[in-house]
Design a protein around this ligand. Structure first.
Ligand code: DC
Length: 224
């Protein structure tokens, strides 16, 4: 499941995984967690030394792939709240544009996916899952929505989590990250040629989930 921020990727991916008794992997949380390690080291995301710190942090990451309680641990501590904060959100695109960081995380993601496939399947969300991480995935979906709708969803989500969220500022941040994520040299955000593109502007989460369940059942991919 790929697409930019604010398309509802996380919510529908988690619910789809739970409905199919599959694992769930949020790869954005992995990029965010290594970015947190960079910030803790007192570095900015674009500094050359940042890549070294981020790659080093990959060994200290643990992803919990239970869709009922997904989590990301850095040095054994749950960092979910910190990785969603504004500092990490500001720096994550620069860190995730570093080729060495992508190589290290893609390798880790492929290993997690291989284990989960043996155990019964996995829903993976990110920006380059269908295009780079698992080009042979049996179903690829690319979620889109207009900038305005995505910013409105993001600010509602932030407010719910108790973070300040002024819609104009969130819209500017959504556009800034889209630009950085789509123009980076390595694995820029784009739909894989064989991905099904789903525009979610006028679709509720339930409607997107219904369509996804139809697709996985049609392909015999859901265990339930
Ligand atoms: O999905 P998210 O907003 O939590 O992702 C955070 C950032 O991580 C996003 O701006 C781009 C990067 N990312 C990436 O480059 N590749 C992925 N597979 C997932 C996320």
């Amino acid at each position: 499941m790929d697409g930019p921020s604010g398309t509802g990727k996380s919510t529908v991916s988690r619910r789809l995984a739970a409905a199919c008794d599959a694992a769930y992997l949020d790869t954005g949380a992995m990029y965010r967690a290594v970015t947190l390690a960079v910030l803790r080291a007192g570095l900015g995301g674009a500094e050359p030394a940042a890549a070294e710190v981020a790659v080093g942090a990959v060994a200290d990451l643990r992803s919990v792939t239970d869709p009922a309680a997904p989590a990301i641990l850095l040095h054994g501590a749950d960092v979910e709240a910190e990785i969603r904060g504004p500092e990490v959100t500001r720096a994550v695109s620069a860190v995730s544009a570093q080729p060495a960081v992508r190589t290290a995380l893609v390798e880790r993601q492929r290993a997690l996916i291989a284990d989960a496939v043996v155990a019964g399947g996995i829903v993976v969300e990110g920006r380059d899952i269908g295009s780079v991480v698992t080009p042979d995935a049996p179903l690829k979906v690319y979620l889109t929505a207009s900038d305005e709708v995505r910013a409105a969803r993001r600010s509602a989500q932030d407010r719910k989590a108790g973070r300040a969220a002024e819609t104009a500022a969130v819209l500017a941040d959504v556009r800034r990250r889209d630009r950085l994520d789509s123009t980076r040299k390595v694995s820029p955000l784009h739909a894989a040629p064989d991905a099904l593109v789903l525009d979610t502007d006028d679709l509720s989460v339930d409607a997107v989930l219904t369509e996804l369940l139809r697709l996985v059942h049609e392909r015999g991919l859901c265990r339930e």
